[in-house]
Design a protein around this ligand. Sequence first.
Ligand code: ATP
Ligand code: MG
Length: 299
Amino acid sequence: MTEPTRLTLAIQKSGRLSKESIHLLKACGIQFQLHEQRLIAHSTSYPIDLLRVRDDDIPGLVMDGVVDLGIVGENVLEEARLERQQEQRAASFTALRQLDFGYCRLSLAVPNEFDYQGVQSLNNKKIATTYPRLTEAFLRQQGVTAQTVMLTGSVEVAPRAGLADAICDLVSTGATLEANGLSEQDVIFRSQVKLIQSQTPLPEAKQSLINKLLDRLDGVQLAKESKYIMLHAPTKEVQRVASILPGAERPTVLPLSYTDEQVAMHVVSTENLFWETMEQLKTLGCSSILVMPIEKMMR
Ligand code: ATP
Ligand code: MG
């Protein structure tokens, strides 16, 4: 008997990326049961097995071809790539999609009392970070010589603890920096989450499963960005209404019962409908204007 074809996808087991990774897979019709203790979750609705690991392990698993796919932040991915390149280990992967979540930036920050006059102020200083290679690459590019101190957690307390003069850490709102008396100075890397694929050649059946998954991901993304707009418009104003609606070159125009003076117009718009546009439509005599989210879409 031949092995059934199944994909393997590494996702973060628990942390900032887990919930959204799972949510996205579910939106693509991939159902599974997660058990706290289990490393692997088999999907019952798509031939895919999820490997649930620490996010730091995901780039290596993909680059070594242990799994077919991975969902991981670009910060972790790029740091792993630089580290593996230095060590002359496999460091390549194929980037499939940006997944539009997990946004953060890797920034240099210094204690509020530090007289920061630009990145040059970090010459000969100690910088605590979980991302030494990204940090060093940036400093090198800026012609700054500084020493990085690797810390895997609590980076923001390093200056106060006397371990470093500055830090290079992930920021999303800046609240953690502020709470620790630090001020953000230079953004060195902007990150979001990516779906990546191993460069190990796959049998056609597996590649077509990946392609089908990508189509579904694109459908989810497109739906997220789109709105379904319905309204009643004066029949004589259909052209003008269509010119105001975003992305409505060819609206569906339907007759209304018991009147010729008004029609119903339906539009799938790739932009949101702002209040100002709705007010403009109302001035043209439109009524019953509805803007609805779309759950799924396929072109
Ligand atoms: P693990 O136990 O899996 O190693 P972790 O503690 O390293 O988890 P998380 O804090 O869960 O990692 O963050 C995972 C990823 O979330 C980060 O690598 C980054 O890509 C993204 N992220 C988004 N916003 C932030 C933020 N404000 N701080 C840290 N990471 C963020
Ligand atoms: Mg981690």
